[in-house]
Design a protein. Sequence first.
Lengths: 222, 197
Amino acid sequence: MLAALRVVVWRDLLVALRRRSDVAVALLFFVIVASLFPLGVGAEPNLLRAIAPGVIWVSALLSSMLSLGRLFEADHADGTLEQLLLGAAPLGAVVAAKALAHWLVSGLPIVVIAPLIALQYDLAPPLYGVLALSLLLGTPVLSLIGAIGAALTLGLRGGGVLLALLVLPLYVPVLIMGAGAVEMAAAGLGGQGQLLILAALAIVAAAFAPWAIAGALRISSE
Amino acid sequence: MLEAAELDCERGGRALFRKLSVSVRGGELLRIAGANGSGKTSLLRILCGLLTPAAGEVRWQGSSIKSLKEEYSRQLVYLGHAPAVKDELTAAENLHVTCTLAGIHGTVGDALDRFGIPADKPVKQLSQGQRRRAALARLVLSERVPLWLLDEPFTALDSAAADVTRNLIRNQIGRGGAIVYTTHQDAGLSDSRVVEL
């Protein structure tokens, strides 16, 4: 079974590597959206510092949405999804591997690049770590919840918009905790509480989302 | 081996077939014939468990395939309408992925050679027929899998590749495997039975 999961991650990473433009688009989208706010609201340092966590987190949310469409759509179109459904390994584990590959390609680069974006907002350097850590714990949840939505809307006309309507409300707890952790740390209260809740969310999502994704995929591929 | 009893299938509110019973044993070749849109692909998808029938049940060696899940998936090869290969990967990489997922081991290169497919070319540079061959190459490595479900295996193949496929099918039947396949033209195989939809 482990061989099957490894091969799924390897395959998705290889496809992403050979279609680098798709990955770059989502990442550039994140950088551009997060950079538009200082241009729009003006260069008042206190204001920028106050809005930074929220803006960076919302940008990460939107960027993660952008790449969700690809998660199952391409596999559905070329027939490889049927082979995943008929694989020897449990489908829940296989889709967890796919969500991991999605996170490595779309979530991890955001975690790495976020401190650079924070620079534009004049965030205090000690907060960079908290921001990156909150994203590190939160973005896997985005990938897992997003995958449920992507599986449910697979093959639907206008599925992209529906996916956004379905998934964005579910992202709210992650957004509140993620941005909240940085804000608390900025206020000198430490963001441990929020970070722990994010970690709990990640564990719960990792345990239950794969089975929901598998069920949704079976329904929508009928 | 495989039995389906009193299957009803509906697609988009329209009944495709009702009370259909099919069965196939080891060493048998079952052909599903019928016009376009008569439900050949749907029947095959029901038999492999991708589609739930509106009524009826599919059993593998006496147990319902719903309860067997992956245990049943391991016993079958399903080749669907689409070739199920990724454009970005080479034929060898594709076959490696498909076989690992199915839990099959074997030398990927030999299987591709049988069908004359360049192993290291991205699939995106191959023609429709070559993609089809790249998918069929999996059958070479699937000798030990007892049930083959093939949807239009001869579509887009030239005569050489069709011959290779026919030989694979005959050998598998000779080894005691069971095969169900769909086609709307004569494939030149001696079918044990034909189900007309």
